[in-house]
Design a protein around this ligand. Structure first.
Ligand code: SF4
Ligand code: SF4
Length: 318
């Protein structure tokens, strides 16, 4: 499979990155054994780049897949920790649970944070920089849905990697348009940042136009890798074949049999609003009449972040 160097980091990654979110408890909630089998298949078929996060709770299967295959991929993780101590704890958790000596990439997980993110989370970023200086992280970066944050990252010396949302319909992009995000990606690439893309299938909402979506992403100027969530051996096979330019259109993946809808269970919801704050896509509204949260499916990108934000466990995949 084609490989690219992530900007000036020197880290070489496959064009296809294994996205670990969907197999974990935020979405499909597969067993560690089943997740391990899927990650191991991805590594054996040549994918050398895995994207995960503290919030995804998928370190165990990645560790086990490395043990089974003897393959050590490039691993990117991220944390929404707001401050130095929280980020330090997140990095140490990753190192310990993955059983590795050094994180390749660690990001500020900041899906919906705005332009002040670098000031508001200066402590968390400082922690990542300190760990890089100590040789425990190779590259530091940010994940973002916000076009202005992506553009700001391009001008910062302390950011090596940018992980922006982008897809052909522009779904989930904040503070700007698809065109703005494409320009931010181009500028980051020109500035020597490593760029890998998230949600090119809009969280699965565009799965029925898989080929058009992936082709769109592969034509973006300035990307190095594309993260795609995978939950089965069939999906691994298909994605690998597609990125090797050797695919069978009859095997195009679908979400048939895999529910990707999220719903607030009205009887359990106490109307606290935590999920509204947690949703990176502003897809949860507050129903003033019933004092309950309601998911707007037309805006939901099925990330599952709201499920862990709800103290009442009122949000579930259906
Ligand atoms: S409502 Fe928001 S947080 Fe919840 S799954 Fe949809 S996009 Fe993700
Ligand atoms: S976090 Fe849970 S309880 Fe609070 S508003 Fe959202 S669904 Fe309701």
């Amino acid at each position: 499979m084609k490989k690219n160097i992530l900007g000036s980091t020197g880290i070489e990654v496959t064009e296809l990155c294994f996205g670990a979110l969907p197999m974990g408890p935020r979405q499909k909630n597969m067993s560690v054994e089943d997740c391990t089998a899927v990650v191991a298949a991805a590594l054996e078929k040549g994918i050398n780049f895995v994207d995960t996060a503290q919030m995804y709770e998928t370190y165990a299967p990645i560790r086990e897949a490395m043990k089974i295959t003897g393959i050590r991929p490039v691993i990117a993780s991220k944390s929404a920790a707001p401050d130095y101590n929280g980020m330090e704890s997140a990095v140490n958790e990753a190192l310990k649970q993955l059983d590795i000596d050094c994180m390749d990439i660690f990001l500020l997980h900041s899906a919906r944070a705005g332009e002040k993110v670098f000031e508001e989370r200066a402590g968390a970023l400082q922690c990542l920089k300190d760990y890089k200086t100590r040789g425990l992280i190779k590259a530091v970066g940010i994940s973002t849905h916000d076009t202005r944050v992506a553009m700001l990252a391009a001008g910062r010396q302390d950011i090596d990697i940018v992980f922006p949302i982008v897809n052909k319909s522009g779904a989930g992009i904040l503070n700007g348009t698809l065109k703005d995000m494409l320009e931010a990606i181009r500028v980051n690439h020109a500035a020597g940042k490593g760029v890998y893309l998230m949600k090119v299938l809009a969280g699965g909402n565009l799965i029925d136009s898989y080929c058009e979506c992936i082709d769109f992403a592969r034509n973006i100027e300035g990307y190095h890798s594309i993260a795609i969530g995978m939950v089965s051996l069939q999906e691994v096979d298909f994605n690998v074949a597609y990125f090797n330019n050797n695919y069978d259109p009859k095997k195009t993946p679908t979400l048939k049999g895999y529910s990707k809808r999220f719903q607030v269970f009205e009887k359990l919801c106490k109307g606290c609003g935590h999920c509204i704050e947690a949703c990176p896509n502003y897809a949860i509204d507050f129903d003033e009449d019933n004092k309950r949260a309601v998911i707007n499916e037309s805006r939901c990108l099925t990330c599952g972040y709201c499920t862990s934000a709800c103290p009442e466990f009122a949000i579930r995949a259906i």
